[in-house]
Design a protein around this ligand. Structure first.
Ligand code: NAG
Ligand code: NAG
Length: 521
């Protein structure tokens, strides 16, 4: 990095000054020696000049760095959420706070007593930095995004961020290598190499890139290619012992494969239709969707006669419907306003990336009917929409998914062995149905998908999705397996209303025919 080179230069000259001022000869006894002293003085003065020049350069350099960073984040204040919701921007933010400011700070430490860091500054950790990059790898997997496009600042065909330099691609590749996402790590390191050869001022050494690239290739089992890059390394640094050792290992592997056949490479876990549905690629057959209807729902309660719901069927069996305009913008902003403090409290000391690669990455908070009039109104509306008794509702669960935030396929009902009671603490039986309000649009990603039945619903602010979790005989419906796809761009807010079995006896009676599909009637 430029900052690093500069600071090393400066450090070097300061060291020279201190070393050369230690003279012990008796200069005054000889004119020749005095002349030497004059030389020394000239030397000291020229070093002083150099120090002043470097100090000025340092200030000039800091000014330039500061302007550059300011320029990079100039769009942030306009819409901070959308700015940080861009994974490249999030990466750059982490990079600045974890790496760049440290280097600038090191430079400032030399002679200027100004600190960039103190306790009042929130600092992401190295783990956060790693987490963002690890998440980027997962997003690349799911949405099939290439390193070279992302490095260009492109996300699914649209320019969303600045181009990355070779050292930045290297950093991403190196972290992905540490998280064992070798296919992505290799692509990022090759991109680093490509960019390195085009850059006029090199921000990293080619050796470092080649070193990680050959390592990732070998770990990925691509020994031929690993050997190719190891040989390039040796061309630049022929006597390096660790590289020679690496070459030996790679050659042993090649020999092993020649004798025993290729290694079995573990494949990525198969999750059925989850991924194609998340990408919006999977479409049901025309026959599957032929009988789905849209209609105004006005019969279920007196209220609906005045203000009918716009209802769209997404699946008849199991029954899944979408309500349009189910919650107003004003109600949404109220819900977000009262739930944000609950979320941020649970986020203190953590960051959105901490949970990356686990089953679920989101933050949530619970709102009870008595917390706010709007929460209560939503319960009443849920009753109007579903016809299900609100005495067995859970509190409203508000969820926020950040970049890469997802929830792998799961059931909303619990599996029991027949004797134990589901959700014993509540004492209201299993979760008979789910109503989920979408509180935001999501620029890209974030669909709710049902991989068993090929249904995918993309969030639309103000709409809600409803489905029954249980079969008429009370057993869980396996077809209701569903997941939240990773958010690629933007921030996803949803509110869940889970409804339990008790008190629904007359509204949704049990049926001895387990396979009879339930509808909202
Ligand atoms: C050998 O190469 C590696 C990778 O490029 C480097 O980290 C290491 O410092 C080198 N060793 C020597 C003795 O130059
Ligand atoms: C069901 O699970 C409960 C709790 O795990 C256990 O006590 C009970 O013996 C189980 N019953 C049957 C029939 O397996």
């Amino acid at each position: 990095m430029a900052v690093k080179c500069f600071s090393l230069l400066l450090l070097g000259s300061l060291l020279l000054i201190s070393v050369q001022s230690h003279g012990t000869s008796e200069f005054y006894t000889s004119v020749a020696n005095l002349v030497d002293l004059l030389d020394s003085e000239q030397n000291i003065l020229s070093r002083l000049d150099k120090y002043i020049r470097l100090s000025e350069e340092k200030v000039k350099f800091l000014k330039k760095q500061k302007e550059q960073i300011k320029n990079e984040i100039k769009d942030a204040s306009k819409d901070p959420i959308s700015f940080v919701s861009n994974p490249i921007n999030a990466f750059l933010l982490m990079k600045r706070l974890v790496d760049d400011y440290k280097k600038i700070d090191d430079l400032m430490q030399m002679g200027l007593d100004v600190h960039l860091f103190d306790d009042s500054i929130k600092q992401p950790s190295q783990n956060d930095y790693k987490g963002v990059v690890e998440g980027l790898g997962h997003l690349q997997d799911l949405y099939k995004m290439k390193a070279e496009d992302l490095a260009q600042g492109e996300i699914l065909g649209q320019v969303k961020a600045r181009e990355l330099a070779s050292n930045e691609c290297y950093t991403i590749g190196a972290i992905l290598s540490q998280t064992k996402q070798y296919d992505h790590s290799i692509a990022w390191l090759k991109e680093a190499l490509r960019r390195w050869s085009l850059e006029s001022s090199k921000s990293i050494s080619k050796l470092e890139i080649l070193d990680f690239l050959s390592y990732s290739l070998a770990e990925d089992g691509q020994y031929e290619e690993a050997l190719k890059y190891t040989n390039q390394l040796l061309k630049l640094d022929p006597k390096n012992e660790s590289t020679l050792k690496k070459k030996e290992v790679v050659e042993q592997w090649l020999k092993h494969i020649e004798e025993n056949g290729p290694n079995h490479r573990p494949s990525k876990p198969y999750r059925g239709l989850y991924e194609p549905l998340c990408r919006g690629e999977y479409q049901r057959s025309p026959a599957d969707v032929a009988n789905l209807r849209c209609r105004y729902e006005s019969k279920r309660s007196p209220f609906l006669r005045i203000a009918p719901f716009r209802m769209e069927e997404a699946s008849l069996d199991p029954y899944i419907v979408i309500y349009h305009n189910a919650i107003s913008d004003k109600e949404i902003s109220t819900i977000l306003q009262i739930s944000k403090p609950l979320l941020s409290r649970s986020m203190v000391g953590e960051s959105f990336s901490k949970e990356v690669s686990k089953e679920r990455t989101s933050q949530n908070g619970w709102l009870a009917d008595h917390d706010h009039e709007v929460v209560k109104v939503l319960s009443l509306r849920t009753e109007d929409m579903t016809g299900l008794d609100r005495r067995s509702y859970e509190s409203l669960q508000v969820n926020n998914y950040g970049i890469g935030g997802f929830y792998l396929p799961h059931f909303d009902w619990v599996r029991t062995n027949g004797t134990e009671e589901p959700y014993k603490d509540m004492g209201l039986g299993n979760r008979i149905a789910t109503l989920m309000y979408y509180l935001s649009d999501v620029e890209q990603g974030g669909a709710t998908v049902f991989p068993q039945i090929g249904v995918g619903v993309f969030p639309k602010k103000g709409s809600a999705i409803f489905w029954y979790n249980l079969l008429p005989d009370g057993r869980g419906d396996e077809r209701t397996l569903h997941g939240a796809c990773p958010v690629l761009l933007g921030s996803k807010w949803v509110a869940n209303k889970w409804i339990h079995q008790y008190h629904q006896e007359f509204r949704r009676p049990c049926d001895l025919q387990p396979n009879k599909a339930y509808k909202l009637t």
